[in-house]
Design a binder for this molecule. Sequence first.
Ligand code: ATP
Length: 333
Amino acid sequence: MASHDNDIPGDEAPEQHERTYSTGHLSLDKSGEDASGTPADGIPTDSPEAPPDLDSEAAQIVHQDRDIAVAVGDNLVEIRDLTVQFGGLTALDAVTFDIRRGEILGLIGPNGAGKTTCFNAMTGVYKPTSGTVTLEGKPLRGMKKHAITRAGFARTFQNIRLFGEMTALENVVVGLDARHQTSVLGALVRSPRHIREEKTSIEHGMALLEFVGIADKAGELARNLPYGYQRRLEIARALATEPKLLCLDEPAAGFNPAEKEELMALIRTIRDDGYTVLLIEHDMKLVMGVCDRIVVLEFGKKIADDVPKAIRENPAVIAAYLGVEEEDADGAA
Ligand SMILES: Nc1ncnc2c1ncn2[C@@H]1O[C@H](COP(=O)(O)OP(=O)(O)OP(=O)(O)O)[C@@H](O)[C@H]1O
């Protein structure tokens, strides 16, 4: 049996972020400067240390309409007494937690704990037996999947779901199309508005691919992309819907340690750009390293809800992970 220390690895407490507001790329105006004329990242643009502004340019295009200058820290999503039963099995048992605006919240627990069921109940895949999910105070109960996406939830899946016969760029543009205003007739006759939106979509889509680091493969068929690129493409497509909450279901599955590091950096960038992220992940090192807060499920019930350092020392969490295969806990699987 694994020791407690090995059960929940990761020596470093993750960087705790000031929840008042983090200045991400997307808070820059076109000039990339704040009102005082200082770049928002504090590094003068003429400094030799000034980073290339490719990301911020991409982010500007991607999120030109999104106002992210909002207070960070209030509740974006409230989950109250959420219960899902399958016949006699209670997969999720009166689970209550909040997702705060601008945080990365981890949802963890041993196999079968109810993590994916919780995701599915939140995103309209499953109808909860009871309980509520509200987004900015509005209940989502009874809404269909696409309506929940429109309301602001986007997700990726454990098993990648892309349009394999479409290019990477087309896969992202599909997500953007959901936001378009043109009618079918407008598209058929290629109305000026449709052409304008199409052009914007391509710019937007390219910026998103740039943002997740795969713009060089924009023209490749999704099915031909390397696995890591497919995972990033799924994230880009989810971001295309302009989500208020981005739900990532085991995004590091199948990644080697170097790819996991890169993924952690990407998730942090996404958070720093004003998104809120809900992350299901088996790899405890990744979870501990990237999350601001963690909710732990066991047998469908919430057993802990705290910052990573406290979670790592929580006796109930340690007990829940006893017996977990060491490679699973270490994230080396
Ligand atoms: N559609 C379903 N029908 C019946 N039982 C289900 C269904 N989906 C999940 N379950 C059961 O609900 C429980 C919780 O499963 P769930 O997939 O949510 O756990 P999980 O924490 O995501 O596990 P894993 O880490 O293995 O993905 C399990 O006992 C599972 O067998």
